[in-house]
Design a protein around this ligand. Structure first.
Ligand SMILES: *[C@@H]1O[C@H](CO)[C@@H](O)[C@H](O)[C@H]1NC(C)=O
Length: 298
């Protein structure tokens, strides 16, 4: 009898736990983990999007007719997004493999990681950019310290109200601090969708468009796996995301700062903040010396 009551209690306890859990999941504004089937819709390229392993991995293909891509079902406002990517091998000149967040409509916000392909043996270029209120032009470009076509590597966007951090294998390569207080636009209001695409960018991508896609190498295939989001799913324009992470955002620890400095000193190919030709009439505000130093120190 006793055992029975106990069991019954345990049962109802489990039941209510289960009940609470289902409520939590149903109304959850938190995305943890990730699955290509559940979290994305096909954006273009039809069967060129090939999802495998019950949604844990995917290939995107580009052939002579089309590239391909996916877009997240949810809109997010802040979060960390990780994707393991193995880039198109061989002659990938003209191809662009992209992993980015973007809002829709006018004055859009966007956070980009793009890989610009190259001739066999020539290095890929990793290009990053941030748009806020429709204004971009904040490119930073890097060569990678490994061959990104040989293995999967993890590329991440960590977007929170205080800063945007872009990471490669968990090493920060770029930090953009929120400097709205001094008038620099920063994305904090518009929910964004996450995109993963492979497309023909040969009008500009490789040596500014000089090297075209060589279709005799088609199809071009890039691999993706272990997508992970720890992010706030925006409801009602994102009002629910204001308290994301309880408002606590960590900056870089000393070790990460050192690692980033090392990357910045060796692997940066282009930095808009140093483009005096483009900004002959004055560098963007956030690029002025004091502000730049701030970026790296905080
Ligand atoms: C391609 O390789 C050339 C030669 O090494 C290099 O200048 C260029 O930055 C590389 N990447 C792209 C996307 O052009």
């Amino acid at each position: 009898m006793r055992t029975f009551t106990k069991l019954k209690m345990a049962y109802s306890y489990c039941n209510s736990l289960f009940f609470l859990l289902s409520i939590f999941l149903a109304s959850s504004t938190f995305a943890l983990g990730g699955n290509f089937y559940e979290d994305f819709d096909n954006l273009f390229g039809d069967v060129r999007v090939d999802i495998q392993e019950l949604g844990q991995s995917m290939t995107l293909t580009m052939d002579q007719y089309s590239g391909s891509g996916i877009v997240s079902k949810n809109e997010y406002l802040f979060g960390r997004f990780d994707m393991q990517i193995k880039l198109v091998p061989g002659n990938s000149a003209g191809t662009v493999t992209a992993f980015y967040l973007s809002s829709q409509g006018n004055n859009h916000d966007e956070i980009d990681i793009e890989f610009l392909g190259n001739l066999s043996g020539d290095p890929y270029l990793l290009s990053t950019n941030v748009y806020a209120d429709g204004v971009g032009g904040r490119e930073m470009q890097y060569y990678l310290w490994f061959d990104p076509t040989e293995d999967f590597h993890t590329y991440s966007i960590d977007w929170n109200p205080d800063r945007i951090i872009i990471l490669v294998d968990n090493i920060p390569i770029r930090v953009m601090k929120n400097r709205k207080t001094i008038g620099v636009p920063f994305p904090t209001k518009q929910p964004m969708r996450l995109y993963t695409t492979l497309w023909n960018g040969d009008s500009w991508a490789t040596r500014w468009g000089a090297v075209k896609l060589d279709l005799s190498n088609a199809p071009f295939v890039a691999g993706f796996k272990n997508f992970n989001a720890n992010a706030c799913i925006a409801k009602n324009g994102g009002a629910n995301c204001k308290t994301f992470n309880n408002g606590k955002y960590r900056g870089l620890d000393e070790e990460s700062k050192t690692k980033m400095q090392n990357i910045l000193s060796k692997w940066v190919v282009y930095d808009y903040c140093r483009d005096l030709r483009r900004y002959a009439h004055g560098l963007p505000f956030e690029c002025r010396k004091d502000n730049l130093l701030l970026d790296q120190s905080e």
